[in-house]
Every structure is written in structure tokens, then in C-alpha cells.
Design a protein around this ligand. Structure first.
Ligand code: MSP
Length: 593
């Protein structure tokens, strides 16, 4: 028997080293933006959210993780519309000590707690428009089969051994912590109790015989993988952080618990006295949902992008790729990492009583409003602070006033009485800037607008590729402001449809503004699907004209026919996004507290 510690490896069992070259290299799908022509296999993409613990109800941080994945996935579908090209999974993480203890504390059987909270996540995600193609629960039979198969592979490849493992275990984080990550905190009884330095949750010294995974063998292959693929973990600071961690010693990892201590989990195949470690169990969900161990998973696995919070980076960027390499698979294609939401400057926690309920937010701000807020304000590289006034200010200014106002200005009956997409006049707005002539009306700023909106889809795609969705929305919002400036500059309400001098220019101003709106509506679909639908329907854009492949901005300017010119606008359906009423009771209350 080998005795190892989470803090110090007492004996490193000698086995052959593992080279990254022994494993298949990932076949990346093309990430070149706006390509709708990739062949069917290369067009595939598989997005995942973390699976969520069911010890407590969902909060806005969980919703944020799911929304980021949803927006990436929806943007991908706009590029490659084939329904079978994209898969997107989410779900609940239902095993482990944390859930076992939460159920006991609530006086419930674990299955009861899991059913109850998993249903809350499913309902929230349905309401929030999370367009997942699979929702997995780790208590499902298909998952047990996948986990036990995966375990069998690691065992057969000589990567698991039995040893005595000891260290501080934090049930809340479901992991062993090194001494340096443990501190002492005074308890109510006056004694000091050991807690996790990062989370403040209690830790318990644990010493037991477990199955241990030869993680230490994978330090070099992991370094090779990350050095060879600088975009594997995005944004870059997280990639860098993982490489830094890999500079340190990488001890072997305990991957089971005594069943007498942890019964709520998947038994180790052939050894009922041990339960599989919840993180190994949970990570395999990403394979379960693509059919593992059936061969179909092989065509999806190389296209996998994980979306995760920064707190679970080590599990996804070190343990998981090492386990995959151990089982003869490639590491995930991409790991996109985001930071956390705090509330009024504080970490969100049940004990502080400051947890923000996402369903209340969806009710107050509408589904599209709240999706827009979280994705527009959430910055992956650092934490963001939540408070109600911020939501109201952002939505009123960007969705109600700027975007809604622009649509209203170009479609209102008094300005566009024919209710059509007016004709673009090439002599008023020639494609070559700087021309002079009696009918030329376009100014330098107008060319700047056309150029900004023409390059917007590519810019947005690049931001999605770099997992900077907030920058994509910032770019759209800046173009909306520019378009409002264009309309303001030319004041179409002062032009007269009856005048042969004004009419061509009036039509052109509206045509350009509607074309800009069509681009904004198309690009906003991944973030605000209903609002974008309302906008595009009002413009008369049909369902088959909403993909990125079809998005050809202002073709008349470039000398091509425009399919929308002269077309009837869609029916008037009221304000695009009503201003949030400042006098609502909840807002007054939020101001007071
Ligand atoms: N069950 C594990 C994940 C297993 S994946 C194989 C877990 N669950 S969790 O419910 O604690 O967290 C799920 C996701 O929510 C993580 O990405 C985490 O970063 C995210 N968030 C939890 N709190 C958050 C905030 N306050 N803000 C933003 N995201 C947060 O970890």
C-alpha cells in the first residue's frame, strides 16, 4: 500500500511517463468568423455549462454561467444554422458529501433534495431561454454507466492505485486543500476551527484508504498541451495561471472516498466499499451527454468548449484534461473562464443573506432585459458588482431609449407613412466619399457610420471567439449611438415626402437607419432573442433572413440589389423595450435598503 498526502507525496509510484503525443490531437473546428460553409463535420460545436450543485437554489451567478454558454451557442448557430451542428449541455451535479450533508441538514432523503433543486434549475433555465439540447442529472443511469466505464479505462491503463490519502477536506468545495490554503477561524465556542482560506468553509482532517489517480505523471503533457495551444484557456490570464500552477509539484489525486463516509455517489466498479470522487463523477457528465461510451461521442468530443467560473478552473484545466489523457482522449478544445458576481461589493452567500434570486430579476427586468444586463456588464476577466439601480440605468438608456427610440424614429407613421423599407438613392449617398454634386447629401460622418456597421458583424464574431461578449455588446451599443447621431444630424422629421428634392434623401436616411437596425437585430439574437425577434419582425425580416451568412449590410451602397427595398414593414407591436418605471414599489424599496 502507498501512503500519500494531499500536501506531500510520500512515495511516487514508478510507472511509465505519459506523453501528449501518445494521444490523438484535437481536431479543431474552424473558428474563422461568419463561415457558414464549413463541411458538416467541421461545423460541429459542443458547448457545456458546469453542472450545478443542488445544495441550494440557483442564484444570478449560476444563471450567468449558463447565459454565457447560451449566447456563445446561439451565436454559433447563427454562423452555422444546421440544427444538428451544435450541441449544448447543462445539468445538475447531485452526488457527493456536500449534497449528502445538505439533505441531512434539511431532513430530506438526498433524492428528494436533488429532485427539488434540479427542478428549480430546469425551470429557471427554461424561463431564461437557455437553449440547451440536453439537461443531465448525475443521478441518471446513463451517467453511472459512463462514469463506471471511464473508471474501468483508467484502471485498465494502470492509472489508479490504492493508497492511504490524508489531508484537509473541504466538503463545500469538494476537494482536499493543501496546508497553505487552510487558516484558523475563531468559532462560537471560543476554539479556533480550520477553514478554507478562500471560501471560509470548514475543513476536516481526513485520512483514509482511497483509490488514487496518477496525476503527477501528467504535468508535462499538460504543459505541452497548453504551450502548444495558447487559446486553449481563454481569457489569457487564466491560461497563464494554469501554466503557473503546473510549475509547482502536481501530487497524485485521491479519486474515491470510503462508502461508509460517503454513500451518496457512484460505487467504484468491483469495490462497493468505495464511492467515486464527486469531481471525477461530475466531469464525466461532459462525455455522458454526447453518448459516451458509445462511439458517437468521438465525433463530438474534439469540438467541445467548456464554459466555467474561475473557482473551478483547476478541476477543468488540470484534473479533467489529465483524466482525459489518461483515458486516451484529447483535452477539451476550449475552456472559457468567467469571473464572479458580487452584490453591493460583497461575495454572494446564503449566510450573508444577499443572494440575488434570478427569477425575481427576470420578472422585474424581463427575460431579455436581464439577459442583456448580465452579458453586457459581466466581464470575464474580473468580478462585477450587482445592484438594482445599475440594471435600470443600463436598460433604460441602451434598450429603451437608444435602440427602441431609433426603431420608433424610423418606423413611426408620421415619418414613414407608407410603412415600407424606403428606396436608397445612390446619387444622394454615392459609394465614393467626397463627391460633390447638387444631389449629394451624405457627409463624412455618414461614411464613418456605414463603415462601422459594415465591420460590426466581424468585430462581434471576434469578440465571441475571444469570449468577450460584453465587448460585442459594447460595439453594438456604440453603433446604435452612432446611428442615432446620423438620424439626429439629418432630422428626417424636417424633410418632406412631397418635395422632389427632399424625398430621395428622406428615403435614403430611413433606408440606411433601417439597414443598421437590421444588423443590430441580427447580432442581438444570441443575447436578447425575443427583443431581436420583435425588432426584426417589425422590419419585415423573415426567419430565413436572420442568419449571419445572409447578413449583407446596405447592399445598395455597394451597387447590389437590396431584397428589403420597397418591402412592407412588419406590423406595429408597440414599444420595443418599455422604460422601467422608476416608481415601481420594488425599486423604491431597493433604494431604501
Ligand atoms: N458542481 C460544480 C461544477 C461541476 S462541473 C463538472 C460547481 N457547481 S456550482 O453550482 O458551485 O457552480 C456552478 C457555476 O456557477 C460555476 O461556473 C461557478 O463559477 C458559477 N458561479 C457560482 N457563483 C458565482 C457567482 N457569484 N458569480 C458568477 N458565477 C458563479 O462548481
Amino acid at each position: 500500500m502507498v501512503q500519500i498526502s494531499a500536501l506531500r507525496l510520500l512515495r511516487r509510484p514508478g510507472t511509465r511517463g505519459v506523453s501528449l503525443l501518445e494521444y490523438s490531437t484535437p481536431r479543431h473546428y474552424s473558428s474563422s468568423p461568419l463561415r457558414a460553409r464549413d463541411d458538416a463535420r467541421d461545423a460541429r460545436a459542443f458547448f457545456t455549462t458546469p453542472i450545478f450543485y443542488v445544495n441550494a437554489a440557483p442564484h444570478i451567478g449560476h444563471l450567468y454561467s449558463a447565459l454565457l454558454a447560451d449566447a456563445l451557442c446561439r451565436h454559433r448557430r447563427l454562423r452555422v444554422p444546421s440544427a444538428s451542428a451544435t450541441r449544448f449541455s447543462t445539468g445538475t451535479d447531485e452526488h457527493g458529501l456536500k449534497i449528502q450533508q445538505a439533505a441531512a441538514a434539511a431532513g430530506l432523503a438526498p433524492t428528494e433534495l436533488c429532485d427539488r433543486v434540479s427542478a428549480q434549475f430546469q425551470q429557471l433555465f427554461r424561463e431564461a431561454g437557455i437553449s440547451s439540447t440536453d439537461f443531465i442529472r448525475t443521478t441518471e443511469v446513463r451517467h453511472r454507466i459512463a462514469v463506471q466505464h471511464f473508471w474501468g479505462l483508467l484502471k485498465a491503463r494502470g492509472l489508479l492505485y490504492k493508497g492511504l490519502y490524508e489531508g484537509w477536506y473541504c466538503a463545500s468545495e469538494e476537494c482536499f486543500l493543501p496546508e497553505a490554503k487552510v487558516t484558523r477561524q475563531p468559532s462560537s465556542s471560543g476554539n479556533s476551527c480550520p477553514v478554507s482560506l478562500e471560501s471560509g468553509h470548514p475543513v476536516v482532517w481526513t485520512k483514509e484508504e482511497n483509490y488514487i489517480f496518477r496525476l503527477s505523471q501528467f504535468r508535462e503533457p499538460l504543459q505541452q498541451w497548453l504551450r502548444g495551444d495558447p487559446q486553449a484557456i481563454t481569457p489569457e490570464p487564466f491560461h497563464h495561471a494554469v501554466l503557473q500552477w503546473l510549475e509547482e509539484e502536481l501530487p497524485d489525486l485521491s479519486v474515491s472516498r470510503r462508502s461508509s463516509h460517503l454513500h451518496w455517489g457512484i460505487p467504484v466498479p468491483g469495490d462497493d466499499s468505495q464511492t467515486i470522487y464527486v469531481w471525477l463523477d461530475a466531469l464525466v457528465n461532459y462525455l455522458t451527454v454526447i453518448g459516451y461510451p458509445n462511439a458517437e461521442f468521438k465525433s463530438w468530443w474534439p469540438t467541445t468548449s467548456h464554459i466555467i467560473g474561475k473557482d473551478i478552473l483547476k478541476f477543468h484545466a488540470i484534473y479533467w484534461p489529465a483524466l482525459l489523457l489518461g483515458a486516451g482522449m484529447s483535452p477539451p478544445h476550449r475552456i472559457y473562464v468567467h469571473s464572479h458576481w458580487t452584490v453591493c461589493g460583497q461575495k454572494m452567500s446564503k449566510s450573508l443573506g444577499n443572494v440575488v434570486d434570478p427569477r425575481t430579476c427576470l420578472d422585474r427586468y424581463t427575460v431579455d432585459g436581464f439577459r442583456y444586463f448580465l452579458l453586457r456588464q459581466g466581464v470575464p476577466n474580473w468580478d462585477c458588482d450587482y445592484y438594482d439601480e445599475k440594471v435600470v440605468k443600463l436598460l433604460d438608456s441602451e434598450l429603451a431609449d437608444a435602440l427602441g427610440g431609433l426603431l420608433n424614429r424610423c418606423t413611426a407613421n408620421r415619418i414613414n407613412p407608407s410603412g415600407t423599407y424606403p428606396v436608397f438613392c445612390t446619387t444622394c449617398f454615392p459609394s465614393e466619399p467626397g463627391l460633390v454634386g447638387p444631389s449629394v447629401r451624405a457627409q463624412a460622418e455618414d461614411y464613418a457610420l456605414v463603415s462601422a456597421v459594415a465591420t460590426l458583424p466581424k468585430q462581434v464574431a471576434d469578440h465571441y471567439d475571444n469570449f468577450q461578449i460584453y465587448k460585442a455588446l459594447e460595439a453594438v451599443s456604440s453603433c446604435v449611438r452612432q446611428t442615432n447621431g446620423f438620424v439626429q444630424r439629418h432630422a428626417p422629421w424636417k424633410l418632406n415626402w412631397e418635395s422632389p428634392v427632399d424625398a430621395p434623401w428622406l428615403g435614403t436616411v430611413l433606408h440606411v437607419a433601417l439597414e443598421c437596425l437590421r444588423v443590430f437585430g441580427t447580432l442581438l439574437q444570441p443575447v436578447t432573442p425575443s427583443l431581436a425577434d420583435k425588432l426584426l419582425s417589425r422590419l419585415g425580416v423573415s426567419a430565413t433572413e436572420r442568419g449571419l451568412g445572409e447578413l449583407c449590410f446596405l447592399p445598395r451602397f455597394y451597387g447590389h440589389p437590396c431584397p428589403f427595398e420597397g418591402r412592407r414593414l412588419g406590423p406595429e407591436t408597440g414599444l420595443l423595450f418599455p422604460r422601467l418605471d422608476q416608481s415601481r414599489a420594488w425599486l423604491v424599496k431597493a433604494h431604501r435598503t
